[in-house]
Design a protein around this ligand. Structure first.
Ligand code: BES
Ligand code: MN
Ligand code: ZN
Length: 493
């Protein structure tokens, strides 16, 4: 799919499709016939006004009719109701775009002139509409069928032209980069654990560096991590035949010597729980336990594509968490790279064990800010459900800036508190800290654990356990929280 902008709607080339919005008027008034609808109605010999008069079409949200046009002008004209325009939210607008697209996607023709960007609503500016249109359509075209012997359907390739003035060109380019980054994130997430191993993620890290001379990728092997004293990270992969990796991708788009922003991703390519093994139901979904890694790698891809003037370091802490005779056991004590000792009371709380050493490693970059991203706790799903990611930080202003990046990107996150009173739940009788904090406030105590390794910089933690993938019939990776992260880096550049 190729996206572009067009300033005005006068030229509708033959063979193409047009999407026109029909806004619902206030109570007691007729729905709004815009000049574009009027022109289309004339082309169709009054078919649109007839459909409205007969009740087959209205300004009601998602009410729609596809008109085929045998005469001059576009082959298809899709008219879709927007509801009362001022009641449109970002979420509803996204639904509207996908609903419109689904009705022409089987045969859109060589180009589509999409006029949904012209809907006037107090909630959404033009850039937001451009962003949502691109992301909604790229998402609708996403397929993951590389393991099906016969793919179900192939998404059409068409030129998607958005009606918007050129002031939105930067937003369009950034939206396309973000949407493609979400596709990468979705692909990495959906790949099964027998393919997407720590070594596979390392290869993808090298691939990101291949296309740009501003990027270098370094992969630390187990022996090097041993030398660095990353015994906590290494403890997680001890029961697995797959070697653990620390993947470091360095993008230098900013001034030489300018402090970088760092993103750290949890890359557990399968989380069986280890010796504290998980129950069998839905355990396959623990292939998604590397979605933090996938989202920071996607973000790196977008930042490279956008050629942002910023320095960015992405660190992926990757291991497979398996039970075996060499696996770590409850009660085992390991020394982290920071020198602090950890008692592993539950081998299923492995994410924090890989992240803590990655955070200590991040210190060497003298970072301006550090954000770690992880499918860290089931408790996060209980707290915020599947709609909102959790933010926890040692700096409230930084947490607020991440929440507003999420708001800007329609990829919402909400701050949870992290007062020192929670820290005591991590006390251990035998080591500096335990790796679990009991049932209460599981997301907060997990972040408290990480905060002990982030004392020397401005840091935030994003728990995406509820937002990174969808379960059930539509099982699949969502690509979150790539939009939030990309916007965060854009805002720093
Ligand atoms: N990867 C899981 C968290 C998770 C579980 C995310 C289900 C999404 C869905 C993590 O490694 C884990 O197992 N966490 C434990 C921590 C507990 C042992 C303190 C959890 O949340 O149960
Ligand atoms: Mn776990
Ligand atoms: Zn996990």
């Amino acid at each position: 799919m190729n996206f572009s902008l067009q300033q005005n709607a006068t030229e509708l080339s033959a063979g193409s499709s047009v999407i026109l919005p029909l806004a619902k008027a206030a109570e007691g008034h007729d729905d709004l016939i815009t000049p574009c609808l009027k022109a289309a109605d004339e082309l169709l010999n009054g078919a649109i006004t007839h459909a409205i008069a007969s009740g087959d079409l209205s300004g009601k949200f998602k009410s729609s009719q596809l008109f085929l046009n045998a005469g001059s002008g576009p082959d298809r004209i899709l008219v879709i109701g927007t509801g009362v325009a001022d009641q449109l939210t970002g979420r509803k607008y996204h639904q509207l775009v996908q609903s419109a697209w689904s009705q022409i996607s089987s045969n859109p023709g060589p180009s589509v002139l999409n006029q949904l960007t012209t809907i006037q609503t107090k909630n959404l500016d033009l850039n937001s509409k451009v962003r949502l249109t691109v992301e909604a359509i790229v998402q609708a075209c996403y397929r993951f069928d590389q393991f099906k012997t016969t793919p179900k359907d192939v998404p059409p390739s068409t030129d998607m032209i958005l009606l918007a003035d050129t002031s939105s060109q930067v937003q369009l380019d950034q939206s396309v980069a973000t949407a493609q980054a979400m596709d990468l994130c979705r692909d990495l997430g959906n790949l099964p654990g027998n393919i997407c191993t720590p070594s596979y993620l390392a290869e993808q890290g090298h691939k990101l560096a291949a296309g740009s001379d501003k990027v270098t990728t370094q992969v630390l092997e187990e022996a090097e991590m041993e030398t660095l004293g990353m015994h906590s990270l290494l403890s997680v992969g001890r029961g697995s035949a797959e070697p653990s990796k620390l993947i470091v991708i360095n993008y230098q788009g900013g001034e030489k010597g300018a402090q970088p922003h760092v993103l750290v991703g949890k890359g557990i390519t399968f989380d069986s729980g280890g010796i504290s093994i998980k129950p069998g139901a839905a355990m396959d979904e623990m292939k998604y336990d590397m979605c933090g890694a996938a989202s920071v790698m996607g973000t790196m891809q977008a930042v490279i594509k956008m050629d942002l003037k910023v320095n960015l370091v992405v660190i992926v802490a990757s291991a497979e968490n398996m039970p075996s005779s060499t696996a770590s056991k409850p009660g085992d004590i390991f020394t982290t790279m920071s020198g602090k000792t950890v008692e592993v009371l539950n081998t299923d709380a492995e994410g924090r064990l890989v992240l803590c050493d990655a955070l200590t490693y991040a210190e060497r970059f003298k970072p301006k800010t550090v954000v770690d991203v992880a499918t860290l706790t089931g408790a996060c799903i209980i707290a915020l459900g599947h709609h909102t990611s959790a933010v926890l930080s040692n700096d409230d202003a930084f947490a607020t800036s991440l929440m507003s990046a999420g708001k800007q990107a329609f990829d919402h996150a909400w701050q949870l508190p992290m007062g020192e009173e929670y820290q005591a739940q991590l006390d251990s009788n035998f080591a500096d800290l335990g790796n679990i904090g009991g049932r209460a406030a599981g997301t907060i105590t997990a972040a408290c654990f990480l905060s002990r390794f982030a004392e020397s910089f401005t840091w935030a933690h994003l728990d995406i356990a509820g937002t990174a993938w969808t379960s059930g019939a539509k099982k699949g990776s969502t690509g979150r929280c790539v939009p939030l992260l990309v916007q965060h880096i854009v805002n720093q550049a």
